[in-house]
Ligand binder design. Structure first.
Ligand code: UD1
Length: 372
């Protein structure tokens, strides 16, 4: 007799797509290989629609060979409360109709928390991939999302041992926690060939290891003129000596427009539309330095051993600093840190444990072991 395990996998925003891709691929591979006596996964992909622009969403479905979502809630943008509420009201009827055994959520975006809340209240088990990360900074919306999601989840799938320690400190029973490794790196490793095949050297006028790759979108950096204006000033100054490639998140572009910060006509500063996954990997691998406030880029630059300055007072991914090539910086220190790292370089660091491309396989095995 074949057992069926019904799973809803949730993705909502850009950084989620790279995390669900290897999980879906492993679920599919398991089903293809399972014998008549084994457990079959009956899984659906739910896209909340938190990100909806072609460059923030569709492009990743193509590049990562993701199946089209079975269900799209189409929630779009809004305040935190409005967006969270829209995901919840959209996801509740899906759960009631589908009655899954597990809802699998990834990362720390509003969609992650909203779907967790819905499932928990319906008595549906939640597995959280990338559980246990903490910046210890509740002014960061993602930190609130992480704490709520982890408090409610039934299965906490962690990327690194610091995450296990955080969860145990918060009183989460060890029996709910499984260290599976970093699922983002599964996707990175699986896409190295496609990244290498990109004909990007020479595009944007850049040469390998002779440019800085910048991504900035956190509200704490881009929402206030007092931070955004000096950051853009530093980048314009930097671009006089070294090309700066800055694919700009829609939020950041909107704020530059609002504050009248000019984006054109600076010689070495190349402001682009958001780039796809393979292009971002290429830029990370070949930059002399990455400057970012993204969680994913801290990890990807660590994998490529590219020096990274993270424009934040803290990181929920401390392993990228203690083991990898990441260092924190601030608006005040940015100019000095850029000069220092570009002059002397950062210690390169190494690749943390369980960043081995096999995390999704371990996740699927845990789901099978836990069953209904
Ligand atoms: C969200 C996540 C953040 C993640 C980031 C990656 C939360 C709280 N934040 O932040 O953790 O690092 O995604 O991008 O969930 N917009 C568009 N098109 C889109 C999506 C957004 O133009 O497809 C614009 C809208 O003006 C919107 C703004 O970007 O209001 C912010 O989008 P939102 O989803 O609220 O948060 P992000 O800043 O993208």
């Amino acid at each position: 007799m074949t057992n069926r395990l019904k799973i809803l996998v949730v993705a909502g925003a850009r950084p989620n797509f790279m995390k669900v891709a290897p999980i879906l691929q492993r679920l599919r591979a398991h089903n293809a290989a399972v014998g008549s006596e084994g457990t079959v996964f009956d899984y659906r992909l739910v896209h909340t629609g938190q990100h909806y622009d072609a460059r923030m969403s569709d492009v990743f479905f193509g590049e990562l060979s993701l199946p089209a979502p079975d269900i799209n809630l189409g929630v779009g943008s809004g305040s935190h409360a409005a967006q969270t509420a829209a995901v919840m009201t959209g996801f509740e009827p899906v759960c009631l109709q589908e009655r899954p055994d597990w809802v699998v959520v990834v990362g720390d975006v509003n969609s992650t928390m909203a779907c967790t809340l819905v499932a928990a209240k319906l008595g549906i088990k939640v597995a959280h991939v990338e559980a246990g990360l903490r910046s210890f900074d509740r002014s960061m919306p993602e930190e609130v999302n992480r704490i709520v999601t982890d408090a409610l989840a039934d299965l906490l799938l962690t990327p690194s041992s610091d995450a296990n320690e955080n969860l145990l400190r918060e009183g989460i029973p060890a029996s709910k926690i499984e260290l599976v490794g970093n699922v983002m790196i599964d996707t990175l490793v699986a896409n190295l060939e496609k990244m290498r095949a990109l004909p990007l050297a020479g595009r944007h006028g850049i040469k390998e290891k002779e440019f800085v790759y910048v991504t900035l979108h956190r509200p704490s950096n881009v929402d206030a003129r007092e931070t955004l204006a000096p950051i853009m000033g530093q980048l314009k100054q930097l671009a006089e000596s070294l090309p700066v490639v800055f694919p700009m998140h829609p939020r950041t572009r909107k704020m530059c427009e609002q504050y009248g910060i000019g984006l054109n006509g600076e010689s070495g500063l190349r402001i682009l539309e958001p780039v796809g996954y393979h292009e971002s990997l290429w830029l990370t691998a070949h930059a002399r330095l990455v400057l970012t406030d993204s969680g994913g880029l801290q990890e990807e630059s660590t994998y490529f051993r590219t020096p990274c300055l993270t424009l934040r007072p803290n990181t929920e991914r401390p392993v990228t600093v203690t083991v990898g090539s990441n260092r924190l910086t601030s608006v005040e220190r940015l100019g000095a840190d850029l000069r220092e790292v570009l002059g002397r370089g950062l210690t390169l660091g190494s690749i943390p444990p369980l960043w081995d491309g096999q995390a999704a396989g371990r996740i699927v095995k845990v789901l099978l072991d836990r069953g209904r």
